[in-house]
Design a protein around this ligand. Structure first.
Ligand SMILES: NC(=O)c1ccc[n+]([C@@H]2O[C@H](COP(=O)([O-])OP(=O)(O)OC[C@H]3O[C@@H](n4cnc5c(N)ncnc54)[C@H](O)[C@@H]3O)[C@@H](O)[C@H]2O)c1
Length: 478
């Protein structure tokens, strides 16, 4: 056993092997014991703040565990949909929202005052970047202010949004303390109210992986908060991994996302290098992944998208600067991934050039606008940047995405498009079909048969089961 020292009570209690007694030993105050009892009897009321991609599936997991749930969002349209039992996130299906609307254990509200009834309040609000890639915590601080207005003894506030280490302790807690002081409440964290962090690991569109099945990391800003949050999540999530502090939880989530960003950048860079050597990266990855240890496959693509991978790593970069350090891997990965849309457009241009055509005036049919397969989410989608670059070069751009009927113009992308049909005529009249997202319902064989030229950023054509005799298009992997 060498130098191993025995575990302290806290260390032992904050492991996945913690027993009921271990957790109880960390909760010393009466409000803490009352909350523990409410959790164990499922009589605790749970408020979920922010009912988007993360908050809505969480509502379901908590509701299914037997709790009464209050959903709160500042977006009135979401509340209206929930009350009517209409889904606004297609990938979750209609049954979830219909079930909630019919339940007497769920209510949705646009009024933050309802959170006064909640014993546990979970924040699932956005954490975007500002104009200079700095963390924009306005939704975290704004929603915490709302909770501060109703904060009371016996409540627990849990942050689930992805953010840099220290946010729960240095941003959320002071707002709650200040709010309590302003309201003349003599309440203290760890004793009268509790604060914890538990990162969300939702992967929208992934089939067969409900929120309750994804292991959950839980860390408190003090031992009692950590123990209560652990006990709560144990009741609704299959597997819990308690950690000794909120900061470890925050850092673990950032590590997961940095890991993805860096590895995706690596294969994106290698794709370009191998391409120059006439080596197909997709075949290389297939070969490398036969190694049963020490290698995990990541795949190249047209650039990063979504709410997490292009954004979260820069939360850490910003925080690292505060302690006088640089995060070179994060910066480099960001640079490589951000250059991918320009690389794709260059490949389109070169492929047209081979046919004596210019990009200016050419019709480019982009297949897939969402940032990943089988979702209707366009946030940070590389397709938007690719379309912008194509436009700027004078191409006539159309798109087809079965999940996104129209693309409204945005500040950064001032064009407005409607999805076109993927018909033989549309395909044949396009100078180039550019595959950006490989939705599973797309008919790849019709593209292979009727398109002239396909530039494929996802190897969708290579992976589809297409009869070689029916491939009329020239297919370029980009
Ligand atoms: N989407 C994902 O796949 C995913 C996965 C893991 C983690 N996360 C993280 O989870 C967090 C939430 O992401 P999301 O994708 O669910 O965002 P989202 O935009 O889908 O939903 C956030 C919701 O919060 C609401 N909101 C904003 N301010 C509010 C306030 N003051 N009070 C109440 N509601 C408020 C918005 O109206 C919106 O409905 C982010 O930190 C994100 O990085 C997202």
């Amino acid at each position: 056993m060498g130098n191993m020292k025995p575990m302290s009570t806290i260390e032992h209690a904050m492991t996945e092997h913690a027993t009921d007694k271990d957790l109880e030993s960390l909760i010393h105050s009466e409000p803490g014991r009352v909350l523990l009892e409410k959790i164990r009897s499922r009589t605790a009321r749970v408020g979920v703040v922010g009912l988007g991609y993360v908050g809505l599936p969480l509502v379901q997991a908590v509701h299914d565990a037997g709790y009464r749930v209050i959903g709160f969002d500042v977006d009135q349209s979401k509340i209206d949909h929930l009350r009517k039992g209409e889904s606004y996130l297609k990938h979750l299906g209609d049954a979830l929202v219909r079930g909630l609307a019919e339940s007497d254990r769920f209510e949705a509200s646009h009024d933050g005052a309802v959170l006064a009834e909640a014993d546990i309040v979970i924040l699932c609000v956005p954490t975007p970047l500002g104009d200079h890639r700095e963390p924009d915590l306005k939704y975290v601080t704004g929603s915490t202010e709302i909770v501060g207005k109703v904060l009371r003894q016996g409540q627990m506030v849990i942050l689930e949004s992805t953010t840099y280490p220290g946010t729960t302790r240095d941003e959320v807690l002071p707002i709650l303390n200040r709010a309590a002081e302003e309201r003349g409440l003599a309440i203290k964290s760890g004793e009268h109210f509790f604060v914890a962090y538990s990162p969300e690991r939702e992967d929208p569109g992934r089939v067969g992986m409900a929120t309750s099945m994804i292991p959950k990391i839980v860390g408190g800003i003090d031992p009692a908060s950590g123990a209560l949050a652990t006990e709560f999540y144990r009741t609704c999530i299959d597997q819990i991994h308690p950690v000794a502090s909120a900061e470890i939880g925050e850092a673990a989530k950032i590590l997961e996302n940095v890991y993805r960003s860096v590895n995706i950048a690596l294969v994106n860079e290698l794709k370009i290098v191998f391409d120059r050597m006439d080596i197909d990266i997709w075949e290389v990855i297939e070969a490398a992944k036969t190694k049963p240890f020490g290698f995990q496959a990541f795949y190249p693509g047209p650039g990063l998208g979504g709410h997490c991978i292009p954004i979260d790593p820069f939360y850490l970069s910003w925080k690292a600067k505060e302690v006088g350090l640089e995060t070179k891997f994060i910066e480099l990965a960001g640079e490589i991934n951000q250059n991918m849309p320009a690389h794709v457009v260059r490949r389109v241009m070169e492929s047209l050039n081979d046919e004596c055509k210019a990009l200016r005036g050419a019709t480019i049919l982009v297949v897939g606008l969402a940032y990943k397969p089988d979702v209707d989410d366009v946030r940070e989608s590389p397709a938007a940047e690719i379309i912008k670059l194509l436009w700027e070069k004078g191409a006539v751009v159309k798109y087809h995405d079965p999940h996104i009927p129209s693309f409204p113009s945005m500040r950064r992308y001032p064009y407005k498009l409607e999805s076109t049909e993927l018909s033989p005529d549309e395909l044949a009249s396009a100078d180039c079909v550019l595959v950006v997202t490989d939705h599973s319902i797309i008919d790849w064989s019709i593209i292979a048969r009727h398109a002239n030229l396909v530039v494929d950023t996802r190897n969708a054509m290579g992976r589809a089961d297409i009869d070689p005799d029916h491939i009329g298009a020239r297919i370029i992997k980009a």
